[in-house]
Design a protein around this ligand. Structure first.
Ligand SMILES: [Zn+2]
Length: 81
C-alpha cells in the first residue's frame, strides 16, 4: 500500500489540478502525481497512477489482476519489430 503524503487539490469549478497528490514511493522518495495516467519516480523508476497505485512494469501489463489497462495491441507501436 502506497503511503499518501498529501491529497490532490483541485479547482472547485474547473476541476483543474492545483496541486497534485503526493505519495511516498517505495524507495522512500516523494513523488508528485501530476499525470492522470502514469507518474514515474526519477530515482527508482517505479510508476504510479494518479490514485497512487503502483503500476506493473510495462512488459507485464495485462498480466496483473484488477488493473484496468488497455489491451497490449494498443502498445504495438512501442514494440521493436
Ligand atoms: Zn522511487
Amino acid at each position: 500500500m502506497t503511503k499518501i503524503l498529501r491529497e490532490a487539490k483541485r479547482d472547485q469549478e474547473t476541476w483543474d489540478l492545483i496541486s497534485p497528490k503526493v505519495i511516498e514511493c517505495r524507495c522512500g522518495d516523494e513523488l508528485e502525481l501530476w499525470d492522470s495516467w502514469e507518474n514515474s519516480c526519477t530515482k527508482c523508476w517505479a510508476s504510479y497512477n494518479s490514485a497512487g497505485q503502483e503500476l506493473a512494469p510495462r512488459e507485464l501489463w495485462g498480466e496483473d489482476t484488477g488493473e484496468d489497462f488497455r489491451g497490449p495491441s494498443d502498445y504495438s507501436e512501442e514494440l521493436d519489430w
